[in-house]
Design a binder for this molecule. Structure first.
Ligand code: NAP
Length: 286
């Protein structure tokens, strides 16, 4: 068997194409959607991510603003910045790029973002909405995975899904989203015994671990759909390597998201989608 490649760039272009008329309509009738990105300090990886996000905004006609406090900022001063953004009516979404410096209380910062401007979907109130399956901003990477499965018409209901990883950013939310789509979901983590055996039960296997090629052929049931969320540095410190052994996935899976080019491109697209949806809420119903 040779797996069908699930192309995240193709899905991203579809999502962005659908957002364009919505942005145009908002801009013509009110104002463009607005996203504020708070980038504390100058972590090179964070700078690259933020550049990608502001570029996507520019391409779509979304207003974006970058706020760059120094790495030495206190929790109080950062909370002041967030509060200022909460108050500004032309800002629909606030994104605080993580990781934050050690002296900053990340939890307090996360809680300070108004839930209706939390386009990352990380605020506990939005996490509660996810658990209860109530509409609210959803975490971008997991929401992107669901979009990818939907647009490739991969059935979820009734399927056995195994998620490796239980982070708040990927593992837990994707498990809940799959559950809401009526998959039978197992969540695995570093303390799971017989990990490969658990994974071999999966019709849909999601790897969100952060360990290069941890998922080998023993983990993959022939015909499974394999979603590789991992974005690890290559052995030479360059390039991106997934959590899944690509060769094994290509040989055994029925469909597979490569790294790079699979899940990666969807995160920013869903951030744009969350920002546009927030603007629609604020301008039409807020
Ligand atoms: P994380 O917070 O470090 O969580 C990793 C999870 O994997 C934890 O739940 C951990 O279990 C589990 N784990 C670690 N080693 C394991 C092992 N040997 N066996 C089984 N489970 C193990 O990472 P994350 O933020 O969820 O990110 C996961 C990966 O996705 C990373 O490579 C990251 O770069 C990537 N990512 C990609 C995107 C994107 O494509 N846009 C977005 C976000 C993240 P414990 O809970 O027991 O420690």
């Amino acid at each position: 068997m040779s797996a069908k490649i699930l192309d995240g760039k193709w899905v991203r272009e579809q999502i962005l194409a659908e957002l364009r008329p919505r942005v145009a309509k908002l801009t013509a009738s009110h104002r463009p959607p607005g996203l504020a990105v708070v980038l504390v300090g100058n972590d090179p990886a964070s700078e690259i991510y933020v550049r990608g996000k502001t570029k996507a905004c520019g391409d779509l006609g979304i207003y974006s603003e970058k706020i760059t406090p120094p790495a030495t900022i206190s929790t109080g001063d950062l909370l002041g910045i967030i509060e200022g953004l909460n108050q500004r009516s032309e800002i629909d979404g606030i994104l605080v790029q993580v990781p934050l410096p050690k002296q900053v209380d990340s939890r307090r910062v996360l809680l300070a973002v108004k839930p209706d401007k939390d386009v990352d979907g990380f605020h506990p109130m939005n996490v509660g909405s996810l658990v209860a399956n109530i509409p609210a901003p959803r975490a971008c990477t997991p929401a992107g995975i669901i979009e990818l499965l939907r647009r490739y018409e991969i059935p979820i209901a009734g399927k056995k899904a195994v998620v490796i990883g239980r982070s708040d950013i990927v593992g837990k939310p994707i498990a809940l989203l799959l559950l809401h789509q009526s998959a039978t979901v197992t969540i695995c983590h570093s303390k799971t015994s017989n990990l490969a055996e658990e994974c071999r039960r999966a019709d849909i296997l999601v790897a969100a671990i952060g360990k290069p090629r941890l998922v080998t052929r023993e983990f993959i049931r022939p015909g499974a759909v394999v979603i590789d969320v991992g974005q690890n540095r290559g052995p030479d410190g360059k390039g991106l390597v997934g959590d899944v052994d690509a060769e094994a996935a290509l040989e055994l899976a029925s469909a597979y998201t490569p790294v790079p080019g699979g899940v990666g491109p969807l995160t920013i697209a869903m951030l744009m989608a969350n920002t546009v949806a927030a603007a629609e809420q604020h301008l039409c119903c807020g």
